[in-house]
Design a protein around this ligand. Structure first.
Ligand code: PLP
Length: 426
């Protein structure tokens, strides 16, 4: 009798979801650059459309290269199923879509990527959805924000831009008690540093644009379902637990069990919203993920050194990195992301808004860009760019005050990273 060995993270990031190509033996995952797939016969076609057999129909729904990536991220997150889509923002809509409806709301953390705050506070209103923002460090506030129309609780594991760490165990206790799914954006942490499902998350979303791809080449997103949520129990998720007219009356849950959410996302979400990832994009991300753990180790190692250097510098007012012993979030590192607090944080300059503008204009090694999670060190002045749509109160809550810049520490020589900041701060 052989017992199945559980493969380690470093092995899974290279092998999960990708056996040698059955048609050619190709060792790397081929880029299946095709729109459609030939049905064996009409019976085969009927079975595929009835979801009685799993297979490929049309690349807006599924594509072998894209599926390989979804399966690999699913394995790294410890989920039951996953879908990839065109961007991180698309993934957020795809995660909410099966749950929400007109008049329903999501309870979201105030500490989120600026684009997500805009998506949730403005754009989703056009669907009749709304978001209630609360401080996720205030557990009573989270509890009381959940009402009869709440269909999801949403936060980031390591929050952009401040690098603050959310107490996922405490938040999932609250969402579990309310029988509401917890959605965790794990973009800044990656599954190497944090496994939200192990801390009670129902769904994990990613902008694969960032660390998973790791080299700033393509945009993409992913939704991983833990497969653990009972979609029927509360009666609050009819699109999953009642006959769905958009798929000839199929009851996704419990009919499709732990894969119900994932099949719903393909059969209705991707089919009708069309936020599909393309196979070329999936290829770049598959390449990137192979070295995820190695890169994250170096990202974290460099981030700690840069944060410690900044903290000691008299020109600096404060540094938000949760990996610093002085951070109020330091205690959560060991619990939520024991391999490190990521490589994304902010710091404030005593020289204010003007000092920040001078800094981003003077850096040579750092790139002044609206991105994070690249091998390259990146810098941005959030208040004048990614977070400029936000009100002064939202800016403060999101940790993006006018005298604050955000760093995404790369994997270059750390002495070069520090020298560049030292010179550019002036
Ligand atoms: C970038 C980012 C997003 C949005 O992802 P895109 O791929 O740019 O659409 C969402 N959440 C976080 C934490 C991000 O950093």
């Amino acid at each position: 009798m052989t017992t199945e060995r559980k493969l380690g993270f470093d092995t899974l990031q290279i092998h999960a979801g990708t056996a040698p190509d059955t048609a050619t033996g190709a060792r790397q995952v081929p880029i299946y650059q095709t729109t459609a797939y030939v049905f064996r016969d009409s019976e085969h076609a009927a079975k595929l459309f009835n979801l009685q057999e799993v297979g490929y129909i049309y690349s807006r729904l599924t594509n072998p290269t894209v599926s390989a990536l979804a399966n690999r991220i699913c394995a790294l997150e410890g989920g039951a199923g996953a879908i990839c889509c065109s961007s991180g923002h698309a993934a957020q809509i795809m995660a909410l879509f099966p749950l929400m409806g007109p008049g329903k709301n999501v309870v979201a953390s105030t500490r989120l990527y600026g684009g997500t705050i805009t998506q949730f506070s403005q754009t989703i209103k056009r669907f009749g959805w709304s978001a209630t923002f609360v401080d996720f460090d205030d557990l009573d506030a989270v509890k009381s924000a959940i009402d009869d129309n709440t269909r999801a609780v949403f936060c980031e594991s390591i929050a952009n831009p401040g690098g603050y760490i959310t107490d996922l165990d405490a938040i999932s206790k609250i969402s579990d008690a309310a029988q509401i799914p917890l959605i965790v954006d794990n973009t800044s942490a990656t599954p190497y540093l944090c496994n939200p499902i192990a801390h009670g998350a129902t769904l994990v979303v990613h902008s694969t644009t960032k660390y998973l791809t790791g080299n700033g080449t393509v945009t993409g997103g992913c939704v991983v379902d833990s497969g653990k949520f009972d979609w029927a129990k509360s009666g609050k998720f009819p699109s999953l637990s009642e006959p769905e007219p958009a798929y000839h009356g199929l009851v996704f849950y419990p009919t499709l069990g732990a894969m119900a959410f994932t099949f719903h996302s393909i059969a209705i979400g991707l089919r009708d919203l069309g936020m599909t990832m393309n196979p070329q994009g999936a290829h770049y991300t598959l390449m990137g993920i192979e070295t995820l753990s190695l890169r994250m180790e170096r990202h974290v190692e460099n981030a700690i050194k840069v944060a410690e250097w900044l903290e000691k510098d008299p020109r600096v007012e404060y540094v938000t990195y949760a990996g610093l012993k002085s951070s109020p979030y330091f205690k959560r590192v060991a619990k939520i992301c024991p391999k490190g607090a990521g490589a994304l944080f902010t710091f404030a300059l005593k020289s204010g808004y003007d000092g920040c503008v001078k800094l981003v204009d003077n850096v040579k090694l750092f790139s002044h860009v609206a991105n994070l999670g690249d091998t390259r060190s990146l810098i941005i002045h959030s208040a004048s760019t990614t977070h400029r749509q936000l009100s002064p109160e939202q800016l403060k809550a999101a940790g993006a005050s006018p005298n604050v810049v955000r760093l995404s520490i790369g994997i270059e020589d750390v002495s070069d990273i520090i020298a560049d900041l030292d010179e550019a701060i002036g």
